[in-house]
Design a protein around this ligand. Structure first.
Ligand code: ARG
Length: 721
């Protein structure tokens, strides 16, 4: 009996403790929901210091960086730290063959050297609950009408609370699958300049081989600065602008930490779907993910062949390649982990509980039966849709050609004025210039050839564009022969007007729908596009509408089922500010294997492969590392330079660049990745295996100071020693 009691007590504390790391908490509810737990775990700050709308607080140091990352302010002069892969496009765009900052790194020695970018950053001003306002306009509505009305209500609120002249933007976020609506008000600053970045061999050390994996030895950071107008307001870029005076900035701790120490992460997780259904998991692992993965593999293979050969092509394709590769590996790993942990089975169990509860409740009792039907109806077309998005229009040429559809429409439609047609052509002309600048024909032609054949072999023949293969491809040979597709692609690339200025200009001068329809790139794009648009996109619309509808009801039901638990729920990630708390923690990925909580310079040297595409390093790094010249940045415990570390925090894509903050509000490092063993994290958080991979701020400072020779940047920081 005694023993039984003991085990019960043990298991309760185990549940409380081990589940505490899951959660992407809304900053405005921290006080109510988890503040006490945070304190128990080691936090030393007050609620007001974490989030306040009246006084400056920690949240004021956190920014949305660019389009999909997080950054943090680390000095009184608007200095920003974020990841190298978040600054990647800005670094690449600033690079030329003569000044190859991507390859060699870059540090501004003074403010005058900083390089303007097209990036902006956004500070969160406040959050307001507008659920009632949105819901009032939705009473009695379901399905597509509800979705449309909701979109309108949200757009109205966004417009009402935004003010372009003051760079204020309001965005309502739909949380808990449309059961709650919060308005987030941001202030956008548009003058953001590149201050520094390590060489790519450091910033992306380990490349795609190490991506999404621990142990990791990547210096994934870059440095920017945000500027404001002389009178202290957000402004477009101007030489007159001055560095931002922030409301809050993070002191930087070079004290180090040990396994188990408290960590919290503020940032902008992009998306999760923790209430995904068993049907959704199955569609993902059976069809969606494997199809995406194999199509991306083709694109990556041909892009890489060209990038490897020529530094200019490398710079041209680097950004696209990195983003395609990142989620290629992610979705492959996600499928593997979903299957390994039987997430399908886990979801089924949770659904059974719900279905039992829902019996006799008309609002909920048929959801899962209806939902299953919706999936069954959509399933036969899912692969086709993936082929369209990731294959056919994964070719940059074909994607651009498809964008000319509006010109065709304008030309063949009655009643379009010459001015309207000219406007469409002018826009297409501009888009064409951008397209040509980024286009690598050699890889793209191979992509078109391979994907056209894969579609033929892999997608249900009844879904093929009618007569397309017979009339367009067969003239080049047998439909099962690779050579046929090569010749067909050759023909497209040789004769399309998109690559031919003379033909393009003649078309613009004398636009004719027939000429466009006869263009082989356009004909190709249009065959697949029209086929999909006319037969399958409506089916997808219906499916998504039902998915949204049942998802909303499912979550509503879950919250009704257990009202106490409902108060402690966190909403799925929606690229809105969240806080996650946990601690530094080693782990055991599989039997007999132990992963330490830090990686050090010793491991960097072990991975180093001179001349390798992914594992090469700057000569100076090797020299300093061999001398153990780590200065004040060395870790006393490990007697080495700590490079990366792992924590139990719950984050996802969008959190990249997020600050990892200690119990006192100081910066310990930047989150930049998740571990392979928990790649199913968007759908199910694994309490034992989930880790956030972070670059240690001491490695960042060492790279800037010792390797980069830019002590001017270090001087700006508030170091906690
Ligand atoms: N997996 C990281 C993320 O999504 C990106 C890491 C970038 N590095 C790379 N080798 N692609 O945040």
């Amino acid at each position: 009996m005694k023993r039984l009691l003991f085990t019960i007590v043990l298991s309760i504390t185990f549940i409380l403790r081990s589940s505490a790391d899951e959660g992407m908490w809304l900053p405005l509810l921290l006080g109510q929901q988890v503040y006490n737990d945070m304190v128990k775990r080691g936090l030393k700050l007050s609620k007001e210091q974490l989030y306040s709308i009246n006084k400056p607080s920690l949240k004021d140091a956190i920014v949305i960086f660019g389009g999909g990352c997080t950054g943090e302010i680390v000095s009184s002069e608007g200095l920003i730290f974020t990841n190298h892969h978040c600054g990647y496009d800005a670094i690449t765009s600033a690079s030329t063959l003569e000044h190859n900052y991507l390859r060699d790194g870059f540090y501004a020695k003074g403010k005058a050297d900083e390089i303007p970018s097209s990036l902006s950053v956004q500070f969160l001003l406040r959050i307001e609950d507008v659920t009632q306002m949105v819901m009032d306009s939705l009473t009695g509505l379901t399905g597509i009408e509800r979705i449309q009305r909701q979109t309108r209500a949200i757009n109205n609120l966004n417009a009402k609370f935004s003010d372009a002249s003051q760079f204020i933007e309001a965005r309502v976020s739909s949380l808990f699958k449309g059961n709650q609506f919060l308005l987030f008000v941001y202030q956008r600053y548009k003058d953001v300049r590149l201050v520094g970045a390590p060489p790519e061999s450091v910033g992306k050390f380990g490349g795609d081989t190490d991506n999404w994996e621990w142990p990791r030895h990547t210096g994934d950071f870059s440095v920017f600065r945000v500027y404001m107008s002389k009178d202290g307001k957000p402004a477009e870029y101007s030489e007159e602008n001055i560095p931002l005076k922030p409301k809050w900035f993070l002191p930087v701790s070079i004290r180090g930490f040990k396994d188990g120490d408290y960590t919290m992460i503020y940032g902008y997780p992009g998306s999760t779907n923790r209430y995904e259904t068993s049907f959704g998991v199955k569609l993902k692992t059976d069809i969606d993910n494997p199809t995406l993965v194999k199509l991306r593999e083709v694109r990556l293979k041909y892009m890489f062949e060209e990038m490897k050969k020529d530094p200019e092509i490398k710079l041209q394709l680097a950004t696209d390649y990195a983003s395609i590769a990142n989620y290629w590996k992610f979705y492959d790993g996600e499928s593997k982990q979903l299957l390994k942990y039987d997430v399908f089975g886990q979801k089924k169990k949770a659904e059974e509980v719900f279905i039992n509860w829902a019996k006799g409740k008309p609002a909920y009792s048929t959801i899962f039966e209806d939902w299953r039907k919706a999936y069954d109806e959509w399933r036969p077309y899912a692969k086709h849709r993936m082929y369209i998005n990731e294959g056919i229009f994964g070719s940059p040429l074909i994607a651009f050609a498809a964008s000319l559809q509006q010109i065709e429409t304008a030309l063949v439609q009655q009643g379009k004025t010459a001015a309207e047609i000219k406007k469409a052509l002018d826009e297409a002309g501009k888009a064409r210039t951008t397209f040509l600048k980024n286009e690598n024909k050699a890889s793209d032609e191979k992509i078109v050839a391979d994907i056209t054949m894969m579609f033929y072999q892999d997608v249900d023949k009844q879904q093929h564009p009618i007569d397309f293969y017979r009339t367009q491809v067969q003239p080049w040979g047998k439909l099962d022969d690779e050579q046929t597709y090569k010749k067909y692609a050759r023909h497209i690339f040789e004769t399309t007007m998109i690559f031919d200025d003379a033909k393009w200009n003649a078309f613009v001068k004398n636009p004719d729908g027939n000429v466009l329809q006869d263009d082989p790139a356009y004909a190709h794009a249009s065959a697949f596009l029209i086929n999909y648009q006319s037969k399958y996109s409506a089916k997808f619309q219906q499916f998504s509408t039902k998915n949204i509808e049942y998802g909303r009801l499912y979550l509503k039901g879950i919250m009704e089922m257990d009202t106490v638990k409902a108060k402690m729920m966190y909403p799925d990630a929606t690229f809105t500010m969240r806080v996650s708390f946990g601690n530094v923690k080693s782990y055991r990925p599989r039997d007999a294997v132990f992963y330490d909580y830090v990686c050090t310079m010793k491991g960097v040297l072990q991975k180093y492969i001179p001349g390798d595409y992914e594992f090469d390093l700057p000569a100076k790094e090797i020299e300093l590392a061999k001398k153990k010249d780590f200065g004040q940045y060395a870790d006393k415990l490990k007697k080495d330079l700590v490079v990366c570390f792992i924590t139990t925090n719950d984050i996802t894509g969008g959190n990249s660049g997020s600050p990892v903050i200690d119990a006192n509000g100081n910066l310990l490092g930047l989150a930049f990745d998740g571990n392979y063993e928990a790649l199913s994290h968007k759908i199910a958080f694994d309490k034992d295996l989930n880790r956030t991979i972070c670059v240690d701020v001491r490695y960042i400072l060492w790279c800037i100071d010792k390797l980069g020779g830019a002590p001017n940047i270090i001087k700006e920081l508030k170091l906690v020693k």
